[in-house]
Design a protein around this ligand. Structure first.
Ligand code: FES
Ligand SMILES: [Fe+2]
Length: 338
């Protein structure tokens, strides 16, 4: 039998970007719970201490390599146990806190030297919990956070005016830059999503790690066509907030997290104003259904398209070059050949 080496290159040859990335919603991790995570091409474990703080560590126990995210016996099917501020390895019961220090070995009389010296024995990740989301900082070179995630008022846990999160997730077989480009791609709205006009971006600003865009467009609603505004802002490559106004006020937290260099998890949460006894109703649901449908349409393109470094653009296309220059600041190759 002849073996033919594959000549297929990956469709997108870009490194994973650095930044803050959502890994869970707060509600998905209760006190004392732990869960395995697979992001950035790595195995991780997340747990919530008894004091309520979310912590993220590399998954593998430095004792003999068990995965900390999978419990056994009464914990089978869930994560490992959490005691106080530490996660307990299911294999031999060693305990580790959120800084990756070993806080206990139940059967040892003399601690291994690194444990005795309180050294970090498992890599730990920076975590922020706000906007009902849990974010971690990823940088391929291990550089500490260069900015902070945004504060989204509508997503504060106890706000009366805004309703609960409506959560949708997709695994998409592409790099997050390709998905992010959607925001500057005015023309595709007409062809992929069938919106009546090519919407005009009225504002498009790129400042350091932030991006802000404003689109004015007509939206189809059960009450006919209505003029709508869509404000779209990003903090780094992972966290975007889209605010729709015109018909029913809706905030979309549209977060993208690299599963690995070729696959992205899209975590979308909609929040709608439902204060003053007003119900969100059909119009509100129509906006959500519309975005969900757009996502299904876009992913057909994303999951198969190739990234072109030099696309052949025309004057009606959006500011792709600007967008890529901005996005490029987050792309740091993991290994440098110098
Ligand atoms: S492998 Fe984790 S305690 Fe032994
Ligand atoms: Fe789209």
């Amino acid at each position: 039998m002849t073996i033919i080496a594959s000549t297929k290159r990956p469709r997108v040859e870009l490194p994973m970007p650095y930044g803050w990335f959502q890994v869970l919603y707060s509600q998905q991790l209760s006190v004392g719970q732990s869960l395995p995570l697979e992001y950035f091409g790595q195995e991780l474990v997340i747990f919530r201490t008894e004091a309520g703080e979310a912590k993220v560590l590399d998954a593998y126990c430095p004792h003999m390599g068990a995965h900390l995210g999978y419990g056994i016996r009464d914990q089978a099917g869930g994560g490992s146990r959490v005691v106080g501020d530490s996660i307990v390895c299911p294999f031999h019961g060693w305990q580790f806190n959120g800084d990756g220090q070993c806080t206990g070995i139940p059967y040892a009389e003399r601690m291994p030297p690194r444990v005795a010296k309180c050294e970090q024995v498992i890599p730990s990740w920076q975590v922020r919990e706000q906007n009902q989301c849990i974010y971690v900082w990823y940088h391929p070179e291990g550089i500490e956070p260069l900015f902070e995630p945004p504060q989204i008022d509508e997503a504060m846990p106890d706000t009366d005016d805004w309703g609960e999160l409506k959560i949708y997730e997709w695994d998409i077989a592409t790099h997050p830059q390709e998905i992010g480009e959607n925001a500057v791609d005015a023309a595709h709205f007409r062809f992929v999503h069938g919106t009546p006009e090519v919407p005009e971006p009225t504002v498009m600003r790129f400042e350091e790690h932030c991006r802000f865009g404003l689109l004015e467009t007509e939206m189809e609603t059960p009450k006919g066509r209505i003029e709508g505004r869509i404000e779209n802002s990003s903090i780094g490559p992972g966290i975007s907030t889209v605010r729709f106004s015109g018909i029913c006020e809706t905030v979309l937290m549209a977060n993208l997290t690299p599963i690995d260099a070729h696959n992205t998890k899209a975590m979308y949460a909609f929040i709608q104003r439902d204060g003053n006894g007003q119900k969100v109703g059909r119009v509100g649901q129509a906006i959500i259904d519309d975005i969900r449908q757009q996502m299904e349409e876009d992913r057909i393109i994303w999951a198969r398209k190739r990234y072109l470094e030099k696309p052949m653009l025309c004057d009606g296309d959006g500011p792709f070059a600007k967008f890529r220059r901005w996005y490029g600041q987050f792309l740091v190759a993991e290994t440098r050949d110098d």
